[in-house]
Design a protein around this ligand. Structure first.
Ligand SMILES: [Zn+2]
Length: 278
């Protein structure tokens, strides 16, 4: 696709239905501005579909932890958005341009701040490494990206917000390759360390989720669908951490009072809406 085509379509794209505009955007090399527009469009749709936690204390905390991590690694000056989805299922996902969503169910299962920070660091990594955008560009070549957002739009029009809990993080969202996942894990380790947070929260959270998969598999289905997770990811993140000198890791923050009150606050909120079949 020529640059001129991309220039010419850019204005037209805004006037087209979302699924078509995505198809056109994906056909061109995606600039940072387009990446942010794509993220903003998807985020606006997701915000109407998914039940979100609308509690000022919760939102302030996740934004502050997320920005602490993003600032440590983002070199493009993106405006980051961190949101807690009101779902008891375990999941987390990122949209191009800096939108990161983490489910209440994941946070409630974490024991300390570093475990949630590790998940955020991983999702931030998918954005900074531009996995989300690349995934859309690649899948466009086989028509997948248009289907992706058209499906999303259809769900928006026909389904209830609650139904969409089933959708987020499952087939609709990019399934990253194992190498993308490994890269995002490594990025999560680097980012947490740069932000002054203990990276051991990453393999710890994987352990919690793998254990949960044995006892309560449906609660972690969505997470495993979008994040292929196996014992080897625990081993490889532990190896990445071991490459640092113990002095670099010692003294990094593992937990905080602010995190524990954030988690208690979530636990005290009314139960999450039950997902319905779409
Ligand atoms: Zn991932």
């Amino acid at each position: 696709m020529t640059h001129a085509f991309c220039q010419a379509t850019r204005g037209a794209v805004r006037r087209l239905p979302a699924c078509l505009s995505l198809a056109l955007l994906a056909a061109c090399a995606v600039s940072q501005q387009q990446e942010v527009e794509l993220g903003a469009t998807s985020a606006a749709q997701i915000d109407t579909m998914l039940p979100l936690v609308r509690d000022a204390a919760v939102n302030n905390y996740i934004a502050s932890l997320g920005n602490q991590l993003a600032r440590a690694t983002d070199t493009r000056g993106l405006a980051w958005h961190f949101t807690v989805v009101d779902s008891k299922e375990v999941n987390a996902f990122a949209l191009p341009g800096g939108w990161v969503y983490v489910n209440r169910g994941l946070i409630e299962r974490a024991q300390n701040m570093s475990q949630v920070a590790g998940v955020l660091g991983h999702e931030i990594g998918h954005v900074t490494l531009r996995h989300s955008v690349q995934q859309m560009q690649q899948s466009q070549e086989v028509g997948g990206a248009a289907v992706l957002l058209c499906t999303l739009t259809k769900v928006c029009e026909s389904g209830t917000g609650q139904a969409a809990v089933n959708v987020a993080g499952s087939a609709l969202f990019a399934k990253f390759s194992r190498s993308d996942e490994a890269e995002a894990d490594a990025e999560g380790v680097k980012t947490t360390i740069k932000a002054g947070i203990d990276p051991n929260g990453i393999p710890e959270m994987f352990r919690i989720l793998l254990d949960e998969r044995k006892s309560n598999p449906s609660a972690v289905d969505a997470f495993f669908a979008s994040h292929p997770l196996a014992e080897d990811r625990i081993a490889s993140t532990q190896a990445e951490i071991a490459a640092y000198s113990p002095n670099q890791i010692k003294g990094l923050t593992r937990d905080s009072r602010a995190f524990q009150s954030f988690r208690s606050r979530l636990l005290s909120l009314p139960p999450s809406p039950k997902p319905k079949a779409p």
